[in-house]
Design a protein around this ligand. Sequence first.
Ligand SMILES: Cc1ncc(COP(=O)(O)O)c(C=O)c1O
Length: 313
Amino acid sequence: MPLETTKNIWHNGRMVAWDKAQIHVMSHVVHYGSSVFEGLRCYARPSGPGIFRLAEHMQRLIDSAKIYRMPLGYSLEELCSAVVDVVEANGVAPCYVRPIAFRGYGEIGVNPLKAPVEVYIANFPWGKYVPGNDGADVCISSWNRLAPNTMPSLAKAGANYMNSQLIRMEAATKGYDEGIALDVNGYLSEGSGENLFLVRGGTLYTTPLANSVLNGITRASVLTIAKALDIPVVEQPMPREMLYICDEAFFTGTAAEVTHLRSVDRVLVGDGKMGPVTSAIHAEFFGIVNGSKPDRYGWLTPVKVPAAEPVGV
Ligand SMILES: Cc1ncc(COP(=O)(O)O)c(C=O)c1O
C-alpha cells in the first residue's frame, strides 16, 4: 500500500525532514539485512490520542537489538520519549509508528560489529491491514516459519520478513488474504505478520513461543483480556487440522489488531462469522484502544496531537 508521508523523522536524537532521512546504498543493512524494528499504533480516543503499549514495544526493540549485539545507545525511557516526540512533532494521530535500528555505512563484510548503529523513528497514517471486514480468507502456506536456532523468531528483525514476504506473496497469488505458516515440525506457527488464536469448545488456544512465533504484544494483550473475561486459555503446539475443526479463529497484531478468520484453505471456520469468544475479545480490545472502555491496564500513553481524525478502517 502507498506510504503517506509526514514532516519529521527522529534520527539519533534529533528531528530530520522526512526527505532527508536517507541512507547510503553501501550501508551494511542493505546488503546483509541487519535491522531490527518495531510497529506501534497510536489510537484516537475522545480524551485524546494514545500510543498502545509503548514501553512493551520499545523493550522488544531493545531485546531484538540485544540478540543481534546491536548497541542502540538509548535507554527505554529515551526511546519512549522519542516516539512521543515524533508523533507530537508531526501532529498526525491516529497513526502507525515505525522505530527501526540498523547497521549503517562504513564497513563491508558480514561481521556487523564495527558498523555504526543508526536509530530512526517515523510515523504515518495506516488503516486496516488484513483485508476483509467479514473475516479473512487464509491458507496454510507451503513455506515453513523460521527454524529454531536459525533466525531467532523472538527478534523482530528485518531479515525475518523475507520469510514473511514469501508467505504473503504466495497467499496473494493464490487469492487469499493471508497465509499461515507451520513451523519446521509441522505445527501451527503464525501468519506472515500476525499471531494466531483458535477457539474450540469455549477454550482459547494459541501457539507457544517455541513454535517459532514473534512474542506479539497484541497476543499478550489478548491473553490478559481473555483471563479477565474468564475465558480458559491454553498455549500448546497444535496440528494444522485444528484450524479445520475449530469453532473460531483470529489473528492478532499491531497492524492486524484482532481480525477473525472466515476460512482456512477454503474450509469455513465455524459458520464463517465472528464467533462469541472472538467478539467478546474484539469488543474489549477495541473498546480500550478507542477509549469507549476504561484503559484498565494502563496500556495507552497519551500524546498531545490536536484534532485527531480516525483513519479509514
Ligand atoms: C511475524 C509476526 N508475528 C506476530 C506479530 C504480532 O506482534 P504484535 O502484536 O506485537 O504487533 C507481528 C507484528 O509485529 C509479526 O510481524
